[in-house]
Design a protein around this ligand. Structure first.
Ligand SMILES: Cc1cc2nc3c(=O)[nH]c(=O)nc-3n(C[C@H](O)[C@H](O)[C@H](O)COP(=O)(O)OP(=O)(O)OC[C@H]3O[C@@H](n4cnc5c(N)ncnc54)[C@H](O)[C@@H]3O)c2cc1C
Length: 90
């Protein structure tokens, strides 16, 4: 995802959807909306992502959503071949 930093000077950016919070829900929502042609801005209070892992299990539905977003290869490179992944049927 491309990120833009806006200052308080100059024209305010416009968008179709403003999402507050770049956690997994905000980021996935932003990507799904952008895929449908909407202009989305995500506001996050922290400059860097939370540095520690927060996922030990992935629901199949979540994996499918990430593949839909074109992130399947990235997911595979992050997770390896799957031997150590707990896939939860939730
Ligand atoms: C140790 C740990 C392990 C976990 N393991 C798993 C797991 O194995 N599997 C699993 O499915 N889930 C796991 N979870 C839960 C998972 O992390 C959460 O369900 C998920 O992060 C929720 O996503 P979210 O986007 O709703 O909220 P968050 O991840 O909390 O993101 C919200 C974001 O909004 C930002 N924000 C909040 N208020 C403002 C504001 N006013 N202005 C700007 N930004 C703001 C925050 O900084 C944050 O970045 C784990 C959680 C923890 C803590």
């Amino acid at each position: 995802m491309t990120t833009h930093h806006h200052t308080t000077t100059g024209a305010a950016p416009s968008c179709d959807v403003l999402i507050v919070g770049a956690g997994p829900v905000g980021q996935v929502a932003a990507l799904l909306l952008a895929q449908r042609g909407l202009q989305v801005i995500v506001l996050e209070r922290w400059e860097q992502p939370y540095p520690l892992p927060r996922a030990v299990a992935l629901a199949h539905d979540n994996v499918r959503v990430l593949h839909t977003l074109g992130l399947g290869a990235r997911l595979t490179s992050l997770l390896g071949d799957g031997d150590e992944i707990a896939m939860a049927e939730l």
